[in-house]
Ligand binder design. Structure first.
Ligand SMILES: [Mn+2]
Length: 195
């Protein structure tokens, strides 16, 4: 099956079913109940060449918090599981991604040690039904659940839709880069011998 994961996570707040394939072609089938989140995860799959099937039934009658955060937890868990022993992968990935007036820096280290550095100022409370303060919560959940070091910075940008979409695309490209195999690497890329 290659590097993939199937995850089911059910709580009183959310019911999440995800199939994730690192070595995909960008095929996505995403239904989270939040249009803008679907749009962002479609971009993530397409630009990272990941296949992503996702259905989320969240408590949207409360707000979008649990749905977005728990989707991040599950995506991080899927990345970690799909990566397996991390043998022969590049481990590091980074990009400075432009999107119109927006410029986003994203750097990933699949180190096994969770950390999120997130400096992305936003000026709108919402884009569609999506609460913009949840972007940081989403990536915090992904980074901790996947046990990756993740830094994301806005270098420039005005439009909140562009900025957030730039963040998701930059994350996709940096993660794709970090997960690619390098034939020069035998075992894992660490002097410790483990990632
Ligand atoms: Mn868009």
């Amino acid at each position: 099956m290659g590097r993939s994961a199937v995850i089911s996570r059910i709580t009183k707040e959310t019911d999440i079913q995800m199939k994730f394939n690192i070595d995909g072609s960008g095929i996505a089938n995403i239904h989270t109940g939040i249009g803008f989140l679907d749009h962002m995860l479609n971009s993530f799959a397409r630009h990272g060449f990941f296949d992503l099937e996702l259905t989320v039934k969240g408590d949207l009658e409360v707000d979008t918090h649990h749905t977005i955060e728990d989707t991040g937890i599950v995506l991080g868990a899927a990345i970690k599981e799909a990566l397996g022993d991390k043998k022969s992968i590049k481990r590091y990935g980074n990009i400075i991604l432009p999107m119109d007036e927006t410029l986003i820096l994203c750097a990933v280290d699949l180190s096994g040690r969770p950390y999120l550095g997130f400096e992305v100022p936003l000026t709108a409370e919402r884009v569609g039904d999506f609460e913009t303060e949840m972007v940081k919560e989403f990536f915090y959940a992904v980074s901790y659940s996947a046990e990756m070091n993740l830094h994301i910075r806005k270098l420039s940008g005005d439009n909140n839709h562009h900025i957030i979409e730039g963040v998701f695309k930059a994350f996709a490209k940096a993660l794709d880069d970090a997960t690619l195999p390098d034939p020069r690497i035998t075992g894992v890329l660490s002097t410790k011998g483990t990632l």
